[in-house]
Design a protein around this ligand. Structure first.
Ligand SMILES: [Zn+2]
Length: 273
């Protein structure tokens, strides 16, 4: 018998669907102008921002412009009745899409789903950072070298970095990892959130990169490989059939899912199977 969990965040299934534009803006409805107070746990600060892009509610997780750019904040108060001088206020620039519906199975330190629509990478990463701006350009290169996932010594990583990576893995800092066919993505949380990409086929890893732009294999990469290995072992042991059927999995750290999807919500439901 699988241990599993299901989430539903809306009681009214007949509620009108959001427009595509609103969905792109985090699944929220039409924008409603407001002044919001946002609490930033990392700085223990609460500041006011102007919002004209979203329909913000208390409990929403947002990112802002200004000196707290890049830090996750939670809306603690919304005012619709206001008159402000625009130049006095910074704005809310994105809102995390924390509407998650679907089925997760228990897999060690993480919850795992085999349904690609439940928690795709784009939704997950919206909990940790604002979308890239149009002038953010990325380049990547590849030497097409690979290594065996079961022999991480082939990563040519220093002992010190490997130990730090192992520490990250033990602390469940690999908050998310998914594999869609052979294409993998992961997110590791350190002083900020780093994004990883890799390919995995027949036990071999290729083209592993991390957004921390270390010029050598980094602790995030090592931690992600340990997490991938653990997750694949758990899948082989308990969930071979659903994984084979979808050729996809996404694993999310239990604490991360609960704090993002459950905390701060006034309504919703959870089903334990
Ligand atoms: Zn890194």
């Amino acid at each position: 018998m699988f241990r599993r969990i299901g989430f539903s965040s809306c009681l009214d299934e007949t509620a009108p669907k959001a427009s595509p534009a609103a969905a792109a803006a985090g699944g929220k409805g039409e924008p409603v102008k407001s002044v919001v107070r946002v609490h930033f746990p990392a700085r223990n600060m609460t500041l006011s921002y102007y919002n004209d892009l979203f329909d913000l509610k208390v409990g929403d997780i947002v990112f802002v412009e200004g000196k707290l750019e890049g830090l996750r904040g939670r809306v603690v108060d919304v005012t619709y009745n206001f008159k402000i001088k625009l130049s006095d206020y910074k704005r809310v620039i994105s809102v995390a899409d924390t509407e998650v519906r679907g089925e997760f199975f228990f897999a060690g330190s993480h919850f795992i789903t085999f349904d690609p629509t439940v928690l795709p990478y784009a939704k997950f990463i919206s909990w940790f950072k604002a979308p890239d701006q149009e002038d953010d350009l990325y380049v990547s290169g590849s030497d097409d070298s690979g290594f065996d996932l079961n022999d991480l010594s082939a990563m040519k990583i220093s002992r010190e970095i490997a130990e730090r990576g192992h520490g990250y893995y033990m602390e469940n800092r690999v908050r998310y990892i998914c594999l869609d066919g052979t294409k993998g993505r992961a997110a590791a949380e350190g002083s900020q959130t780093y994004e990883l990409e890799f390919e995995y086929q027949n036990g071999e890893i290729r083209n592993l990169t991390c957004s921390c732009f270390c010029s050598y294999p980094c602790k995030h990469e090592f931690a992600a490989m340990l997490q991938l290995r653990e997750t694949l072992e758990l899948i082989a042991k308990h969930y071979e059939a659903p994984y084979k059927a979808s050729n996809y999995f996404a694993a999310v750290a239990k604490g991360t899912l609960m704090s993002m999807v459950v905390d701060g919500k006034e309504t919703g439901s959870m089903l334990l199977g």
